[in-house]
Design a protein around this ligand. Sequence first.
Ligand SMILES: NC(=O)c1ccc[n+]([C@@H]2O[C@H](COP(=O)([O-])OP(=O)(O)OC[C@H]3O[C@@H](n4cnc5c(N)ncnc54)[C@H](OP(=O)(O)O)[C@@H]3O)[C@@H](O)[C@H]2O)c1
Length: 320
Amino acid sequence: MKAAVYTVYGSPKVIQIQEVDKPTPQPHEVLINIRASSITRADTMMRQGTPKFGRFFVGLFKPKNPALGTGFSGIVEAVGNQVTKFKIGDAVFGEKLFSNGTNAQYICVNQEGIIVSKPDHLSHEQAAPICDGFLTSYSFLKDIAKLQSGQHILVNGASGSLGTAAVQLAKYMGARVTGVCSAKNGTLVKSLGADKVIDYKETDFTTGGTRYDVVYDTVGKSSYKACKNIISDNGVFVTPVLSFETLRYSLFKPKQVKFSATGIRKQHVLKALLTELVPLFKQEKLQTVIDRTYRLEQLVEAHHYLETGRKVGNIVISQS
Ligand SMILES: NC(=O)c1ccc[n+]([C@@H]2O[C@H](COP(=O)([O-])OP(=O)(O)OC[C@H]3O[C@@H](n4cnc5c(N)ncnc54)[C@H](OP(=O)(O)O)[C@@H]3O)[C@@H](O)[C@H]2O)c1
């Protein structure tokens, strides 16, 4: 089968599409014929080996795991002899954490892992990126920020993968939503449910008089220090992007500043969150925003585009 492989850290050109052995499912695993997979900012960090301290975990001098890709959507093609939750022919989607090889034709996933049935009306391309933007932002809004109905949230980076998901989720959770994005993405962010949109190139949102219960800086372009005057007394600044400043504040002001890495939360917690999201997709309350779709053979090109930092929503690798 074909799979994306990288054996050294570096620019997108280190990625090769190679012929590798098709995996065989273990007793509790399903073999999935991948129809679409995600390509995310986490993949670029794995490929580059950044931040450098992360190499203690993923390989000091070269990647321990040469595979790429986390999100997947596809069809179960074979099942291990202990599998009870899925059967051959099921359409499923989910995530294999830490770039575990979904940019490929096949993967094996444990039935207890982050894998659920795909709603019929969603295409594989729409389902594959759900665990990046939606699962991360749901984890942040529900568990980290504990967003409540009636609260006011500001989503910085409202046009990214996490941002487009956060705007929709926050609206669904009953919050008042202000989205920060550039003018070219304002119409999209409003259409996703934002009550108000601020163009970050025109207006510094940290200087307005409005105070927010939650500031969710999805892109790590702001900081608690910059935002502290716009956060209400019991409010919170949350971000999925770790900086030295965020780390320092989250240690000294843990109630006001919170960072979380969704990937290191327990699998059963993430699976439970994903299971809560599925009915919202079925009811068409949530929609995946897709910017560009590439073929597996175009993964290098896709990584180059990802690195521009300009993508709107998600990028998908399609094998349909
Ligand atoms: N901790 C975790 O568990 C976790 C999980 C997933 C992702 N992440 C991290 O989350 C971050 C966001 O990822 P993403 O995929 O959603 O988005 P992204 O690809 O990092 O950002 C793309 C969007 O950001 C907008 N943008 C760029 N500069 C901006 C600014 N100064 N203010 C507001 N918006 C700006 C761009 O719009 P314009 O072109 O209009 O500027 C574009 O639509 C990444 O750093 C990723 O590594 C963390």
